[in-house]
Design a protein around this ligand. Structure first.
Ligand code: 13P
Ligand code: ZN
Length: 293
């Protein structure tokens, strides 16, 4: 479906015709379709940000400064002169899958990181505004830059199976939720050896949820928001999606066993140890032992 479509065809803004952006639009379209098909992006649910600073020359960055300046509620000094693709607030993933260019904006951070220029593909119609979770996206993007991490993509989605898990009081701790997620399938431990962070319910779109999430991402690649959804970081939008897909599989197995009338045994500590000892994947001994022993 994403084959030869020109996702920037309706763009009157030449910046959106950049080869690198068009390639990225294809990847965005593919993942947006997955999120919609899996039922993880009802209505306007879900959003994402991608650091695309590397796509632009110094001269091109200067030209982005001509766009109107919007003050931010907080300053992000490490993000000065960085450019992000940010999904538009209120946009639907099912529309994103058909035309990413019309549903995202480019955000160019000013010299101090306290304001940003918002660039949309066309000045006609309603301009796209960044997601209401912008504070969380910028805070995590700043953390990634400061850590010199390789990840550039952050996705937020309402992964039904994971939200359902956080509705069960038994799983509202990092220990309990990691134990069940690792216990349902060996691949979960292999690909997410650091486990997931867990944030008790916090107001969506708030500065508090941004700060709490930031803490979770100090050591993890995925953070779950109680009774709301999750955030995932990746080197590509596909990789950030894969983390969520993997965790959803574990949660699904748990609920399938429960609906069959039984409490699943889960991989035992010995079996988890065996997986770790197999050396497949990249294990973090400290985090692994912290949870399982
Ligand atoms: P936005 O439409 O503002 O991105 O909000 C969607 C969402 O999931 C908020 O948590
Ligand atoms: Zn949400």
């Amino acid at each position: 479906m994403t084959g030869n479509i020109d996702y920037a065809q309706n763009s009157t803004n030449s910046i959106f015709q950049k080869k690198e952006l068009k390639t990225l639009f294809r990847e965005i379209a593919e993942v947006a379709e997955y999120l919609w098909q899996r039922g993880w992006a009802e209505r306007n649910a879900g959003n994402f940000s991608i650091n695309v600073t590397g796509f632009f020359t110094g001269k091109e960055l200067d030209s982005l400064a001509a766009y109107p300046l919007n003050p931010l509620t907080k300053s992000y000094p490490a993000l000065k002169r960085k450019v992000f693709i940010i999904s538009g607030t209120g946009t639907r993933m099912r529309d994103m899958a058909k035309n990413p260019g019309a549903n995202i904006c480019l955000v160019y951070m000013c010299e101090t990181g306290s304001s940003c220029h918002i660039i949309t593909q066309t000045d006609e119609g309603v301009p796209v505004r960044p997601t209401s979770e912008l504070a969380t996206h910028l805070a995590i993007q700043q953390q990634l830059v400061e850590k010199k991490a390789t990840e550039t993509v952050i996705i937020h989605a309402h992964v039904t199976e994971l939200v359902a898990l956080t509705q069960l009081p038994a799983f509202t701790s990092e220990y309990a939720i990691n134990k069940v997620l690792w216990g349902m399938h060996p691949e979960t431990l292999l690909f997410l050896p650091d486990g997931v962070g867990f944030i008790p319910f916090t107001l969506p779109g708030s500065e508090s949820i941004a700060m709490a999430t930031l803490k979770g991402f100090e050591t993890r690649k995925v953070v779950l928001w109680e009774k709301h959804g999750c955030m995932s970081v990746g080197n590509s939008i596909a990789e950030a999606f894969d983390h969520l897909d993997l965790l959803a599989k574990s949660a699904k197995i748990y609920f399938l066993c429960r609906s069959a009338g039984t409490e699943p045994e889960g991989l035992t500590s010995a079996q988890l140890q065996e997986i770790r000892d197999s050396g497949v994947g990249s294990m973090d001994d400290y985090n692994y032992l912290k949870f399982m022993i």
